[in-house]
Design a binder for this molecule. Structure first.
Ligand SMILES: Cc1cc2nc3c(=O)[nH]c(=O)nc-3n(C[C@H](O)[C@H](O)[C@H](O)COP(=O)(O)OP(=O)(O)OC[C@H]3O[C@@H](n4cnc5c(N)ncnc54)[C@H](O)[C@@H]3O)c2cc1C
Length: 245
């Protein structure tokens, strides 16, 4: 397959949690990068004389700057995550995209159940300006569920909390699978996102679900939603499958 690639230059990196790095790139060919919130890019490398690539969801909203942000969770011995970890500001990577259909559509008023594990929450961060517009209209509700191991891993948690404080029709649920805080707030729960989803009570008349991240979570949450009566068109999925090359 031939990819229509373009160069990205790394502007800055930050460690947003002990387990996730946030990278900010800029197109080095001066062309605009247009995408829809929720889409991903591919990053390309040579490996043993062959071309290979890995996918990363764009973490920032479109149209706000020329910067393309991603959040990466390092994988021990991982090829691409190792390459990304070795980058320094000014280094170049080859990219292509945007790709994917994990985007908000023109759904009439509804409740969005936005469910993620780890870096799977980045598409929802990119969607925030659009979500704010929908919330302001008063016709939509949003429940955003983020599963991580403990509070220190709650990536972009402060940003989601801010939206929750601003809009009564937006709820943020932090789900800690391993290390819940000793005293937690109402928005923090112990356990998996799937359990929280079940507790929320799914309504097949009003709910549309987005599931992103760990493939096991996506499958389990989808099964739960189907059982609750949600149709296939109301369950939108992005699995962070690892590559085979
Ligand atoms: C559409 C899409 C969007 C994605 N978006 C993101 C994103 O925004 N952020 C992000 O960090 N990743 C994302 N991923 C996953 C990413 O593309 C890579 O698969 C991941 O970074 C690991 O690549 P690697 O080359 O370092 O590991 P590899 O060299 O491919 O794998 C090394 C070993 O680790 C295992 N492995 C791979 N991934 C994981 C994992 N997550 N946990 C445990 N073991 C693993 C593999 O099975 C293999 O045994 C996305 C994937 C898809 C398909």
């Amino acid at each position: 397959m031939t990819w229509n690639t373009f160069p990205l230059v790394l502007e800055w990196i930050s460690e947003i949690t002990p387990t996730v790095r946030h990278f900010a790139f800029r197109r080095a060919d001066q062309e605009p990068f247009q995408y829809i919130a929720g889409q991903f890019i591919n990053l390309h490398w040579e490996r043993d004389g062959k071309r290979t690539h890995r996918s990363y969801s764009v973490a920032n909203p479109p149209g706000e700057s020329e910067i393309v942000e991603i959040a990466m969770a390092p994988v021990e011995g991982g090829f691409a995550t190792g390459k990304l970890l070795s980058l320094e500001p000014g280094d170049m990577v080859e990219a292509s995209g945007p790709y994917g259909r994990f985007v908000l559509r023109d759904d009439p008023g509804c409740r969005y159940l936005l469910v993620a594990t780890g870096t799977g929450v980045t598409p929802y961060r990119s969607m925030l300006p659009r979500l704010r517009d929908l919330l302001e209209s008063g016709d939509y509700r949003v429940d955003l569920l983020l599963g991580v191991r403990g509070p220190d891993e709650l990536l972009y948690g402060t940003e989601f909390r801010e939206v929750a404080e601003e809009f009564e029709n937006f709820n943020f649920h932090a789900c800690y699978s391993r290390r819940p805080p000793e005293s937690s707030s109402a928005w923090e729960v112990k356990g998996y996102v799937q359990a929280r989803l079940a507790d929320l009570g799914v309504d097949s008349e009003t709910d549309i679900a987005y599931l992103c991240g760990n493939p096991g979570m996506v499958d389990e949450a989808a099964a739960l939603l189907k059982e609750a009566g949600l149709g296939i068109k109301s369950i939108r999925r992005e699995k962070y499958l690892s590559a085979r090359t």
